[in-house]
Design a protein around this ligand. Sequence first.
Ligand code: ZN
Length: 314
Amino acid sequence: MQTPGVHHVTAIASDPQANVDFYTGVLGLRLVKRTVNFDDTRTYHLYYGDAVGTPGTVLTFFPFEGGQPGSVGRGQASATAFVIPDGSVEFWVDHLESDGLAVEAPVERFGETVVPFEDRDGQPLELVTGESDIEPWADGPVPAEHAIRGFHGVTLDSLSPDATGALLESMGFEHVAEAGQRTRYEADGERATAVDVLDRPAGDRGRQGAGTVHHVALRAPDTETQMDWRAKLLEQDQRVTEQKNRQYFHSIYFRESGGVLVEVATDPPGFTRDESVDELGSGLKLPPWLEPDRETIATNLADIEAPAPAETER
Ligand code: ZN
């Protein structure tokens, strides 16, 4: 098993419109798909990423209206990090503060500058200076020279850091650095390659709810490779689900020993399978098996408005 890195991260939010406004309007990501949670069609599943939703750029949300806040802690993915250019730290601190967000002072970590902040539901996010092969979304509200360039990676606040590290190494990550309670594992890929594992034995356990990560997905090149990996994970006594069709990728899931729900998702077919690049995110998309229920599903969802690209330019 040799994953090139993170495919997507899925988190929980409360209000869907506030979620759209923050991730498109403040962070400048593109809403690349609006669909529903295939396992709970009363809830949206909103995807934000670069212009086309390249694997390694996509943060997705289940916004449960009026959902109870969770708490971030052990047994969860505890931070999601995006790449920004080296000279953009000052821009982002000003930009986030001008939107009324509390931004912590930037910190140095493994030779990179990290700007920690939280979204409207209290979900921990980070902007990390560094390299990425991702071109920022040109039509977003953030000037392209400063815009987010996909994921840097994630932090896992593991209940069992050694076991989580061993799992990552078995999937092709390399142990590259250690500082205090943090160990960095790095995948051999072009983006979204950093997974940090925390060792905080005295820390509080997390509780799932708005403002917490639901799962982290790692990339697999195709469904055949994914099935090979599934067999290898079963050999490691991971309780892996069957392969599921998520319309834009195929998925398997397992909860690793550190408490984090991990998905392995295929790169193909991607988000342009049912919308053109220009149309991405503009309409409610449903998989064929839910189309017969479109009217009921749409009636049960709150209306959300995502600004068309031209309207978001400042
Ligand atoms: Zn997922």
